[in-house]
Design a protein around this ligand. Structure first.
Ligand SMILES: Cc1cc2nc3c(=O)[nH]c(=O)nc-3n(C[C@H](O)[C@H](O)[C@H](O)COP(=O)(O)OP(=O)(O)OC[C@H]3O[C@@H](n4cnc5c(N)ncnc54)[C@H](O)[C@@H]3O)c2cc1C
Length: 407
């Protein structure tokens, strides 16, 4: 439990889900993850345990193995995981949102029935393959990966960059151009099964301060074959699908930022109470208190925005505007939290004994994921100036309404 109780309390059903996460992590995951890191092996059994505990299924119907609880539960689970282990927060994007949810939202019933249950059950590892080396902020302009139709198959060639879990992925959503002359209207989405398939290679990118096992990769396709039956949506619909996936992904990323920020606050508050300098705990010094107060206030405000985003999604209303506001502000709150925690820990912020530098790495990473802070600011400002309605292309969930909303 947080050292400082969050000022935005949860209703009992959601508090119970958060407690399920806390129990699983404290009783098993926190104790075992270090062993995987030491052996440099991917923690499949831990991801399976998270799936079995129902952590990935909140935005999926029961008939696909989900829990039907809705997006607020997704936010609560994402936050609690990232408060404890920000690296495992990745799973909420890849096992619970951008990969399986995009398949549910845009795939046929057959595609959803085949691919979704093993992803949200944690049996198969998911990935989302949009970004290319030419720049993630303009995915349509940068996209060079090609998909060429050849009878009942598409052949994919090209490369992707920063693809999390690509070295272990069993199932992935991939975007490639079927018509390079048609700009963003020439992009098509596919479900692929890349692991050990010919024409596929994924090389983990070395990143100091991030997890040694939960890697992001450079990915190369060489005439990689995808059955035409695995196309998601129509040819040319891929850009719309990608933007919609990122809108839903902003919920998990924002909640993960709030969780990582709360983790910084928990550790900083505990340290400030214990660390005695000049005859008293440093938490008694007003300047240290100012740092703590700024962290707590910004985290509470960011959490309120994330909950408004989840409520909007649960209501089936357009969410792009609030998604940008939540993601941008959660990123700011998390940057404040890690900067202030670093200040409070003094030299010990750098010691591996404390997790502050690990939190810093993930907060920086989450700042760019699902649209960088600058990209969110462009969307927010153009909306506020009346140039472009941020919700103009927002598409609520097409095939999922939480049980509570349907009652
Ligand atoms: C650890 C990690 C994991 C990731 N996992 C995945 C994944 O699983 N799948 C996936 O598809 N992608 C993934 N990404 C990619 C991520 O989405 C991109 O890094 C992000 O979109 C930014 O792209 P970029 O890094 O190429 O930066 P660039 O697009 O090169 O941008 C660089 C800087 O320029 C700014 N900028 C760019 N355009 C504008 C503009 N128009 N106005 C103002 N400023 C601008 C940006 O805000 C940024 O500050 C991951 C990235 C990281 C670091």
């Amino acid at each position: 439990m947080p050292v400082i109780p969050p000022p935005n309390p949860l209703p009992p059903e959601l508090a119970a889900i958060r407690d399920t996460v806390t129990r699983l992590f404290e009783s098993r995951i926190m104790g075992e993850i270090g062993g995987y890191e030491a052996r440099r092996t991917f923690p499949r059994p831990l991801i399976r345990a998270m799936g079995e505990a129902g952590l990935f299924g909140a935005a999926f119907p029961e008939k696909l193995g989900g829990t039907d609880l809705g997006f607020m539960a997704v936010a609560v689970i994402s936050e609690e995981i990232s408060r404890l282990r920000p690296d495992l927060g990745y799973c909420m994007n890849l096992q619970a949102m951008t990969c399986p949810f995009t398949i549910l939202n845009w795939g046929t019933d057959e595609q959803a029935a085949r691919f979704v249950p093993p992803l949200i059950g944690g049996e198969r590892i998911g990935a989302f393959m949009l970004t290319e080396p030419g720049g993630g902020s303009d995915p349509a302009g940068a996209m060079k990966a090609r998909a060429v139709r050849d009878g009942d198959t598409y052949r994919i060639s090209g490369s992707k960059q920063w693809i999390t879990f690509a070295h272990e992925a069993d199932t992935a959503v991939l975007f490639a151009k079927t018509d390079p002359s048609a700009g963003h209207r020439g992009i098509t989405a596919f479900v692929i099964e890349p692991r050990s398939a010919p024409g596929y290679r994924a090389d983990p990118i070395a990143m100091r301060n991030l997890s040694p096992v939960l890697s992001s990769c450079a990915v190369f396709f060489d005439e990689f074959a995808v059955p035409a039956a695995n196309r998601l949506g129509a040819e040319g619909e891929g850009f719309r699908i990608a933007m919609n996936a990122l809108e839903f992904g902003r919920l998990t990323v924002s909640a993960r930022l709030v969780g990582a920020a709360q983790g910084c606050l928990d550790h900083a508050a505990a340290y400030a109470r214990e660390r005695v300098v000049g005859g008293q705990a440093i938490g008694r010094y007003q300047m240290v208190q100012a740092l703590i107060a700024d962290m707590a206030a910004e985290i509470a405000a960011a959490r309120a925005l994330v909950r408004e985003l989840a409520e909007t999604m649960d209501a089936g209303a357009p969410a792009n505007r609030i998604a940008s506001l939540a993601k941008y502000f959660a990123s700011r709150a998390a940057k404040t939290a890690v900067a202030n925690a670093t200040e409070i820990f003094g030299g010990y912020a750098l010691a591996d004994e404390y997790p502050i530098s690990m939190f810093k790495g993930f907060i920086e990473m989450l700042n760019v994921g699902e649209g960088s802070s600058n990209v969110q600011r462009v969307l927010i400002a153009e909306d506020a100036l009346g140039y472009k309605d941020a919700n103009r292309a927002s598409l609520p969930a097409r095939k999922f309404r939480p049980r509570a909303a349907a009652e």
